[in-house]
Design a protein around this ligand. Structure first.
Ligand SMILES: Cc1cc2nc3c(=O)[nH]c(=O)nc-3n(C[C@H](O)[C@H](O)[C@H](O)COP(=O)(O)OP(=O)(O)OC[C@H]3O[C@@H](n4cnc5c(N)ncnc54)[C@H](O)[C@@H]3O)c2cc1C
Ligand code: SF4
Length: 330
């Protein structure tokens, strides 16, 4: 592991100044992903700028009835917040489905969104990987890809984004706020992760040197009736092989409003807009849920060993929306 310096930043301009002065400096949230990647030699920063003292650790109501979540709020505090639990329960469930209690105490909202893929080739320096070393190739396409993408991938990279939290944020139209030396900016989560194309190493729309400062959830009454379901290879402490966040408003048996997003199927949390379109205004039945899932998954391009994810996601959508419908009828 390369020797590195460590500094604590106390305000955002100070953090930006230190990060801007050294292209080899990196922001440190909880360190639960970055430090692992440093140990593996994938990341080799000269300086870590610790963000934990920044005044970005609050969750506040916005004037329009949404929530603004500071970038250094821990995953544990996010999951436990009463307004998150009441207004966006799928977000609490998604966060609690991730990692372990100790990790969630350390991990931050900003770091969770920027965590890197768990593709085994990415962290194995003896193997080529387009994401780690652009132009070197993607051994996963013909190699180990059971847990890799079925939607939105390219021949240059088939890795999935590992975040659970991001799936619920995608379903609820979250907006990412950031700060740069040139001033603030924001980008909807739907545009935050860049298409894979032939540049899988360019992952987000965040300007170079920018700090994520907050994630804002707009008001969404439907989100109060939401759930997150995660399928994994063991019952806890494992990344998803498929997951979904759903919110449903059913009136007289008809879908009035619906939100649906998938995890572990693409390089980003995947908003299932085609399924939402098919569902809206139609009957809230298992047949209609399956038809909507099929419409979304028609774009799937499975590899030889991950076709099971198409069936898995279809079943997940039907189960989740059926549960929400039954809940609404009680
Ligand atoms: C054993 C294990 C199991 C896990 N299981 C799951 C799981 O099931 N589901 C899941 O979703 N996650 C899981 N995780 C991942 C975990 O959620 C992430 O490691 C964590 O969310 C990252 O947050 P962090 O604050 O520690 O990020 P860090 O490791 O500190 O940083 C990650 C990246 O974000 C950058 N960064 C951090 N904050 C900011 C900011 N404000 N602005 C700009 N850049 C920033 C850093 O420079 C770095 O590049 C697991 C991790 C481990 C180790
Ligand atoms: S899937 Fe992406 S991260 Fe994995 S080896 Fe291929 S290029 Fe690298």
């Amino acid at each position: 592991m390369r020797e590195f310096g460590y500094q604590r930043a106390h305000d955002v301009p100070g953090a930006l100044a230190v990060l801007g002065a050294d292209p080899e400096a990196r922001a440190l949230g909880g360190g639960t992903n970055l430090v692992d990647l440093m140990k593996a030699g994938v990341e080799r920063p000269a300086l870590l700028v610790d963000l934990r003292d920044l005044p970005l650790d609050r969750i506040e109501a916005t004037d329009d009835g949404g929530l603004r979540i500071g970038a250094t709020v821990s995953n544990s505090d996010l999951a436990a917040h009463p307004e998150v639990r009441r207004r966006y329960p799928a977000l609490t469930q998604a966060v609690l489905a991730g990692a372990s209690g100790q990790l969630r105490n350390m991990a931050t909202v900003g770091g969770n969104l920027l965590q890197r893929t768990r593709c085994g080739y990415f962290t194995d320096l003896s193997k080529p990987c387009n994401k780690r070393t652009p132009g070197s190739g993607c051994p996963a396409v013909e190699g180990e890809h059971r847990n890799h993408a079925i939607l939105g991938a390219s021949a240059h990279c088939v890795a999935v984004h590992p975040s659970d939290m991001g799936v619920a944020l995608a379903a609820f139209d979250a907006v990412v706020s950031y700060e740069t030396a040139d001033g603030p900016g924001e980008v909807p989560l739907a545009e935050f992760y860049l298409p894979v194309g032939d540049t899988p190493h360019q992952e987000t729309a965040l300007p170079p040197g920018a700090l994520i400062t907050a994630v804002t959830l707009p008001p969404a009454p439907v989100a109060a009736h939401s759930r997150y379901r995660k399928v994994r290879e063991r019952a806890s402490y494992a990344f998803a092989i498929g997951s979904a966040a759903a919110a449903l408003d059913v009136r007289d048996g008809v879908v009035h409003d619906v939100r649906l997003a998938f995890g572990a199927v693409a390089s980003r949390p995947w908003r299932a807009r085609e399924a939402e379109r098919v569902l809206t205004g139609g009957p809230a039945t298992a047949e209609a849920f399956a038809t909507a899932a099929d419409a979304e998954l028609a774009a799937a391009q499975a590899l030889p060993d991950n076709g099971y994810k198409v069936t898995l996601m279809r079943n997940l959508v039907v189960a989740l929306l059926t549960e929400l419908t039954e809940e609404a009828g009680r």
